[in-house]
Design a protein around this ligand. Sequence first.
Ligand SMILES: C[S@@+](CC[C@H](N)C(=O)[O-])C[C@H]1O[C@@H](n2cnc3c(N)ncnc32)[C@H](O)[C@@H]1O
Length: 299
Amino acid sequence: MNYLDDIIAKIATENPVHGKKLRKNIGKQSQEYKDKANEFFSTYISFAKKTDKDLDYGIACYLRMLADVNQEYIAFLETGEYTTKSFEDANRRVYNNPEVMEYYMHGLLMSQYLWVHHNDIYKFFVGNITKHKTEVSNYLEIGAGHGMYISEATKLLSDTTSFDVVDISPTSLEISKSFIEKQDINYMLSDIYEYEPSEKYDFITMGEVLEHVEDPISLLKCVSGLLKDSGTLFITAPANAPAIDHIYLFKNAEDIRDVITAAGLTITKEYAEFVEDVSPEIAEQYKIALMYGAFLKKQ
Ligand SMILES: C[S@@+](CC[C@H](N)C(=O)[O-])C[C@H]1O[C@@H](n2cnc3c(N)ncnc32)[C@H](O)[C@@H]1O
């Protein structure tokens, strides 16, 4: 079933400019990419069905998320700042607002195959995590959102690995529980700053959370405190990427690397790409978003 073409056609009806952009970006991808995307959307449909939703619901959520991003981007170009100024704001506006969190997480899930850069960073994670298979007896994901990363980790790591999720949003935990096939995962509703596990972790994933706090160095130090000395931390964070719950503005990859070093961590492998196919000069001029991901160790 060709879900991808169908989805893009429906998006183009509502937003022709964006539809054209998706057609161009997806059109350049390999058949393997398109097959995987169709497989993913088939999984999405089964997941959505569990709560009486369908692919059209996912498309509507994606369009709402996109409208938010566009509005935030206009404000960002005008002011050079993100509109959300504090964690309290983000918590009230998004994480503890079930209606917003619901369409945001469904929209984000849809974007994992509609936005090639989201997929690239996901592939970077998937392609490297298996190297850690034998060392990971326990695994924590912080801010799982929709659950896609930990869902993949449960398939790629050992059967004996134990999996924990911490998220501050009840809606996010509900969505993750429904999206992830594996049943025996411990879900904890908590601010990561208040989480006190009985044991430190071999592997921690924290995708797109660093830009959601006021002080990313203190967050990384807190997370490093949850990691065993031999453990690995995988993080992703975008630069110049306005969104309704982004607080801390990283202006480039160097800003993110500086925060990592200041928190006492070292980069063992990294990914950094602009989301548009432009030169670094043009990206800087137009504040084009950059996706950053890295595997980290304690120094
Ligand atoms: C943008 S989503 C990230 C989803 C997914 N990890 C990804 O990479 O696409 C951010 C998630 O972090 C959670 N979050 C934000 N601040 C948090 C905090 N201080 N403690 C725990 N979870 C937090 C939010 O509730 C949300 O589920």
